[in-house]
Design a protein around this ligand. Structure first.
Ligand code: G4P
Length: 527
């Protein structure tokens, strides 16, 4: 194997998806800790706490530098180089969260054992499904009185339509939680709430379900476990790597992130089961990771520390070949060639200048607004990567100016922020209004603040009655007919496409029935 091939083969690029409070921050921190990337527990948590202690955007602004570094965390684990991509949740939930999932090769889904499958997890999993991304499931908080494991797996299968293959099985829950049984290795790892705080998985291990040692330690729970495991083996799916890689089946691990229990098993699974960088579809052909020539696409743009300089970082996922510092890259959308000397890497401890990167890695390219979402970079080939979507926003606001003379600046500002992917912009065809759409409401604060500070525009965002948006596809005649009858709900988006702004979901359904020749899309490819 060449160096290029072996470097690529050891890359693991993934994100964690979960509903707020399921334990994503805790798990991230523990993964970094086990990966040797942070010395101290509490580092990620402190960051989250300070982010949430304030709703003041100025504070968030100050912390943007931090969030740039924490959006990708790279660390070595065993023979692998792991890239963990952050998917902001909570009120900073944005399209970036969704789009980041298009840049990974696998995802870990964290489920709270008390709450089961929750709304945001469903949304995020549906995004993973667009690319059949392999999913590993971590059922967290076993130290609490949660729902029965069988019920939880049933719920994942029913609600998420995903086969579950338990890899470990919990022994009791809450106060009776004693550890997990590894179904493939036939061994038990014991949980000790007062035990090794650093690595519970390296704690006491007992080989064999029939081992009398188990009865001595677990008492009556040993026999309960044996009966349950027999049941589980009979009733559940066994792990099928092909089904996992096709995104149809998820291996399931149980644990307690806050107690460092089950985290190492999960990390081992990421290293051994989850796939290396995968081929990427482009309009003309499929790009293979080990192709000698460099290529990549931009999945996220983040404004940098100093808003006055309109300094931005474009996050690029390397799709093939290798990146070397100073190399010349061809920007397909502009036809220009740029030399990149100051790309940044995302080692978990700090942010430093990148010397080299391989397919699967993420590099950050500083720029002044010249790089756009979805941009492809190559060594000369005019590749267009597909599958980088815009998602139907769920929150809408009408932008109104305090000073009407600033209309031009407002339009320019909104257009640029839309290109960055911060929000989407719509112009209803029957009025002069500017409507903003976002998947998370914090985005409106971000946009208002940035309009003021970067474009000198003082805008107010008023409520706008719209439940959801759908991109319209169909023959010219079919679209014209819809516009004729329901044009008051049609707008043009930043890319010049027709969009239906549905005042309610009922209205959307009725309109879809009324115009069967028009397709109403929930996502649109950025090209
Ligand atoms: P998130 O990023 O998905 O929103 O979740 P986060 O890690 O912040 O965890 C949410 C809460 O759940 C935190 O409690 C965290 O300590 C707790 N938690 C995480 N893993 C476990 C676990 O295995 N067992 C139990 N019992 N709790 C867990 P908090 O009270 O919100 O914060 P803190 O005061 O503990 O920092």
């Amino acid at each position: 194997m060449s160096t290029l091939q072996s470097e690529i083969a050891r890359r693991r690029t993934f994100a964690i998806i979960s509903h707020p409070d399921a334990g994503k921050t805790t798990l991230t921190e523990k993964l970094l800790w086990f990966g040797g990337a942070i010395q101290m527990a509490g580092a990620v948590r402190a960051r989250k706490a300070s982010r949430h202690a304030t709703s003041d955007w100025m504070e968030l602004e100050k912390q943007r530098g931090i969030s740039v570094t924490s959006s990708v965390m790279q660390f070595p684990y065993k023979d692998c180089i792991v890239n963990l991509l952050d998917t902001p949740g909570h009120e900073d939930f944005s399209e970036d969260t969704y789009r980041t999932l298009t840049a990974v090769d696998a995802a870990v889904m964290v489920i709270d054992s008390v709450n089961g499958v929750e709304a945001q997890t469903i949304k995020l999993l549906n995004v993973c499904r667009l690319r059949a991304t392999p999913i590993l499931t971590f059922i967290n908080k076993l130290d609490r009185e949660g729902r029965s494991p069988i019920e939880l797996l049933d719920e994942i299968e029913d609600v998420l339509d995903m086969q579950c293959a338990p890899m470990t099985w919990p022994i009791g829950m809450g106060k009776r939680f004693r550890g997990v049984y590894h179904l493939l290795d036939d061994k038990v790892t014991l949980f000790d709430p007062h035990g090794d705080k650093d690595d519970q998985d390296a704690g006491q291990i007992i080989a064999g379900l029939d081992n009398p040692e188990l009865d001595r330690i677990l008492g009556e729970q040993a026999e309960e476990l044996r009966i349950e495991i027999e049941l589980v083996r009979g009733a559940s799916h066994t792990f099928d790597k092909q089904a996992f890689l096709a995104g149809k089946q998820c291996p399931v691990y149980f644990g307690s992130a806050v107690n460092n229990f089950g985290v190492r098993s999960l990390l081992d699974a990421l290293a051994t089961l989850s796939p290396p960088p995968q081929p990427r579809p482009a309009a003309s052909r499929e790009v293979q990771p080990a192709e000698p020539k460099f290529s990549g696409f931009v999945f996220k743009i983040q404004a940098n520390m100093d808003p006055k300089h309109r300094d931005r970082i474009a996050f690029l996922r390397v799709c093939s070949g290798r990146f070397d510092r100073g190399m010349k890259m061809f920007q397909v959308s502009t036809g220009k060639t740029i030399a990149v000397n100051n790309a940044i890497t995302f080692m978990a401890q700090d942010r430093s200048i990148m010397e080299e990167a391989f397919a699967g890695d993420i590099i950050g390219i500083p720029n002044h607004g010249t790089i756009r979402l979805g941009d492809a970079f190559t060594e000369g080939e005019a590749l267009k990567f597909t599958g980088i979507p815009s998602f139907a926003p769920e929150h809408f606001r009408r932008a109104r100016l305090n000073n009407p003379l600033k209309t031009k600046q407002l339009q320019k500002g909104l257009q640029q922020l839309a290109e960055e992917g911060a929000t989407q912009m719509f112009r209803p065809i029957t009025s002069n209004e500017l409507v903003l759409g976002a998947v998370g409401t914090l985005q409106f604060d971000v946009v208002a603040h940035r309009l003021e500070h970067e474009y000198g525009v003082d805008a107010i965002f008023e409520s706008f009655s719209c439940a959801t948006a759908r991109w319209l596809r169909g023959s010219e005649k079919a679209i014209a007919e819809l516009i004729d009858k329901a044009g008051h709900n049609v707008a043009i988006d930043g890319a010049g496409e027709h969009v239906y702004l549905a005042p309610s979901l009922v209205n959307l359904r009725l309109t879809q029935e009324r115009f069967p020749d028009v397709t109403f899309l929930e996502t649109r490819e950025i090209l």
